[in-house]
Design a protein around this ligand. Structure first.
Ligand code: ADP
Length: 472
């Protein structure tokens, strides 16, 4: 059995409960055959007095059968690779926000330097028959750097965020270099059919790639397989969390506190892609249009702090605080606060209880690769009396979760009407929709995602080399 090597910007210890579905699923696969997980340690090395940096050391830690290998980054590399290029260029542009991108020329150099550093440190540790799975936008050129060092292993890449259409992508100086780098992989996976379609359009129109059967593209003397692999959640994990004492206690507390009211819930990272101001405006519109919601609907919005050293994030924070304040000021009563906004992270063990106590979830990003909160909400519901999911059509999840109430988050009135519909929805319809959503979420859970990507990767390489198909 080949060994699996996972590479991602951050590495999670799969034994910790806060690790989350993705870490747990990857750990499952890593555990089966033993494996290696490689990435940044999260630590930054500051410059010495003369401005120099020491060579970064590799930290090794054994987590059961999985070896975690992490690397510190020096300040200059971190700022250019992580803050500059990954989060200042790729994140906004891939989320269709050209207006927020900062195309400072130095960032791309730092991005390339860190990918080279990762490749240099990883290459000597690889075995000939390893299978390497690289994750996300921080590491697009990693396979190209590994190939340059002579690595011929199977390498797959999964993009967790959206891929925009060619003309938006083409606004990035060096976009051709980025997409060319994808051809160093054997398999490239996207969250949705729409993202995959954008990739196909790009390679055809900009790279003049030749389309081959079975989802393959040929350009730059290489053949790459590409496809959509929508990520899922660990349904069993959510079920177990909902039944565990902390989940149950959270549910009881919320039901007790809001027994006379219908709860709406929003749980997000505080990010401009999540459409939080638009969501607040839609909720204000709901209160304006439908006075019967006064005193009876309460929105709990939890927004976890994220990338607070980037200015676009502090702006969204202020806008959100001011909107929540004005809604409560204009509509609130002595015994009813319409919005409860919290700028913090909720313990993972308590989330299912919060979701289950809520009648409606507002998952209304302006653009999202997938959005796991939508799936977590559905998985946490009581099937006999389930809540309703209001979901943005611009979340990758909307391709799969057709039985949610799909909305255009830019359309404030339309979203307000959909929220009203969700609050009013009869039990029978709620059950039917929930059942259908649950079937999808169960069939395409995080284990399905891991297995189907790795199966496709095994096949992808076999076709190229003529070796038998390898199943992980
Ligand atoms: P993104 O990866 O862009 O943050 P997703 O919805 O795909 O968006 O994944 C977010 C994950 O983080 C989910 O598992 C969700 O439960 C968790 N999460 C998001 N916001 C919070 C929060 N405020 N408190 C606790 N967990 C959160």
């Amino acid at each position: 059995m080949p060994r699996l090597v996972v590479v991602s910007n951050r590495v999670a210890d799969p034994r910790k409960t806060a690790a989350g579905g993705l870490a747990v699923a990857l750990a499952d696969v890593l555990n089966n055959n033993g494996g290696l997980w490689f990435g940044w340690s999260g630590k930054i090395i500051e410059a010495a007095e003369d401005g120099s940096y020491p060579e970064p050391k590799l930290h090794a830690q054994q987590a059961g059968p999985v070896k975690l290998l992490t690397l510190d980054l020096n300040r200059e590399d971190h700022d250019a690779y992580y803050l500059g290029y990954s989060n200042g260029v790729l994140w906004p542009v891939f989320h269709y926000r050209l207006d927020l991108a900062d195309f400072d020329a130095g960032y791309i150099t730092g991005y390339r330097r860190v990918n080279q550093l990762f490749a240099r440190k990883l290459a000597p540790l690889l075995r000939e028959d390893d299978v390497i799975w690289v994750h996300d936008y921080h590491l697009i050129p990693l396979a190209a750097e590994l190939r340059a060092l002579g690595c011929n292993q199977r390498i797959g890449f999964f993009l967790h965020i959206p891929l925009p259409p060619p003309l938006i992508l083409a606004a990035i100086p060096g976009h051709d270099w980025l997409i060319r780098a994808l051809f160093a992989y054997d398999l490239v996976g996207f969250q949705s059919k729409a993202d995959h379609f954008h990739f196909c359009n790009y390679v055809q129109s900009e790279a003049h790639a030749q389309e081959l059967p079975e989802g393959r593209w040929r350009a730059f003397n290489r053949t790459v397989h590409a496809g959509a692999f929508p990520i899922g959640i660990d349904v069993e994990e959510f079920d177990a969390l909902a039944r565990a004492p902390e989940g149950r206690e959270m549910y009881e507390r919320m039901r007790g506190e809001y027994s006379r009211r219908k709860l709406l819930v929003g749980v997000d990272r505080l990010d401009y892609s999540k459409g939080l101001p638009q969501r607040m405006r839609a909720f204000r519109e709901l209160l304006t249009r439908y006075p019967e919601t006064h005193n009876s609907a309460t929105l709990i919005q939890i927004a976890s702090p994220s990338r607070e050293d980037v200015s676009a994030y502090t702006e969204i924070l202020h806008e959100l605080e001011s909107l929540c304040g004005s809604i409560n000021g204009n509509f609130g009563e002595l015994d009813w606060m319409p919005v409860r906004y919290m700028h913090r992270t909720v313990a993972r063990a308590r989330l299912p209880g919060l979701y289950r106590a809520s009648r409606v979830a507002l998952v209304t990003p302006l653009r999202d690769g997938m959005n796991l909160v939508a799936k977590e909400f559905v998985a946490s519901q009581n099937p006999n009396d389930p809540g309703v999911l209001v979901l943005s059509r611009f979340a990758g999840a909307a391709e799969q979760l057709r039985e949610a109430l799909l909305v255009n988050p830019y359309d404030i009135e339309g979203t307000a009407n959909a929220i009203h519909l969700a609050l009013q929805m009869p039990l029978e319809e709620r059950r039917e929709r929930h059942q259908a959503l649950m079937n999808t979420i169960r069939s395409f859970d995080v284990h399905w995602w891991c297995d189907s990507f790795l199966d496709s990767l095994a096949k992808a390489k076999a076709e190229e080399t003529g070796t038998p198909w390898l199943r992980l």
